[in-house]
Ligand binder design. Sequence first.
Ligand code: NAP
Length: 365
Amino acid sequence: MTTPCSSASSRPVAGAPFRLIINGYGRIGRCYLRALHEAGISNEFEVVAINEPANLAGIAYLTRFDSTHGRFPAPVTAGDACLLIDGKPIAVTHATTPEAVDWRAYEPDLVIECSGRYGSRAELQRFLAAGCPRLLLSHPGNGADDVDATIVYGINHESLEGSERLVSNASCTTNAAVPVLDLLQREFGIEQALLTTLHSAMNDQPLIDGYHHPDLRRTRSAMQSIIPVSTGLARGIERLLPSLAGRVQAKAIRVPTHNVSAIDMVLTLSRDIDGREVNRLLRAAAEGCYRHLIAYSDEPHASIDFNHDPHSAIVDGAQTRMVGPRMLNLMVWFDNEWGFASRMVDVTRCWLTRMRAARLRLSLN
Ligand SMILES: NC(=O)c1ccc[n+]([C@@H]2O[C@H](COP(=O)([O-])OP(=O)(O)OC[C@H]3O[C@@H](n4cnc5c(N)ncnc54)[C@H](OP(=O)(O)O)[C@@H]3O)[C@@H](O)[C@H]2O)c1
C-alpha cells in the first residue's frame, strides 16, 4: 500500500502531450473531459477523439450545458465532424462497436472506456485487436481477472508499471470506501463491515417506469422511488483490501437525486475505541497525506453541498456514532461523477507517465 504523498503522478509529464480518446461520452465521459480541462493540465494531455453514438449537435450541447455541473468553463461549438473546445478540435465518431473505429488513425496512447458496455476480457480485447494500445475503464469490469489491474488512486496506483493494457478505475463507491476503510483497518483493525450506499439516480434507470434493464428494479421510475439495486461493492473492496476478504457485505440503494451519494458504514473494530479517535484520525488524514482524496467536515450538510467536489470521500464527522466500544457507524459523502472522473484523470497521469518512463528505460538499454 502507498499513500498519495508518494505519488509519482503529481510530477509533470515530460515530452509531447499524451493522446487520449474517450469511448462513450455520457455522464462520466463528459466529466472526464471537463476534469482534464479544469485541472489545467491540457499541456500534458490532448483528447484527440470521442466515440459516442449520439449526434454531434447533442454532444456539443451537453458538453456546453450541464444540469449538474453547470456551463463548460470554455467556449464549446460543433465543427465539421469535430467538437471544438476553446477553438481546439476533437474528432467525433459515432460507432457502436470497437471494430468500426479506426483507432490507429488517431495514434492514441490511451482509450478511456466510459460506455460501460464491455465487461469481460474477451469484450475488452476487441478494442486492443482493433488498434487501441491500452484501455482505462470507468467501471470494475466483470471480475478481477478481466483486467490487468484495478486501481484506486491513493491506495495502489504505485503498483502500475506502465506495461498494463487493461486497467480499471474501480467504481465511484469503491473509490470512496477504500481509502477510509484502509485507514481504519490499519489504525484499529476491522472485524466486519456492512456498507449501505445511498446512490443518486443514473442513466441506467428510466425517468418513469419502462422496459429498460434486465434488473427488474431498474425498470422503475428513478424519480418516484427509493430503489435497492445489486452492487459489486463488497467484492470490489476485497479486490483492493484483501485483508478484509470474507468480512464485508454491501447494499446499494438508488435515491431520487441527480448527483452526490453517501455510504453508511457499520464496522466492528478489533479493539475498543472512542468515536472521537476515529474523527481525529480521519480529520488528520484529510489535512495531511490524504488531502487530495479525503475531506472532513462536521458542519450540518446535505448532499448537494458536495456537487462538483473532487475528493473521493468526504467524511461527515457530525454523523459518527459508536454502539458500545467497538461498533462504529460512519457516514461518507462523495460526488459519484466528479470525484470519480477526477480520480480517472489521476490514474491516467500516473499510468501514462510510467508507460513513458518504461519505454525510455528500454530505449536506453
Ligand atoms: N454516473 C456515475 O456516477 C458513474 C460513476 C462511476 C462509474 N460509472 C460507470 O461508468 C460507466 C458509464 O456510466 P455513465 O453514467 O457515464 O453512463 P451514460 O451517461 O449512460 O454514458 C454512457 C454513454 O456511452 C454511450 N454508448 C453506449 N454504447 C456505446 C458503444 N458501444 N460505444 C460507445 N459509446 C456507447 C451511451 O449512448 P446511449 O445512451 O445511446 O446508449 C452513453 O452516451 C458505467 O459503467 C457506470 O457504471 C458511472
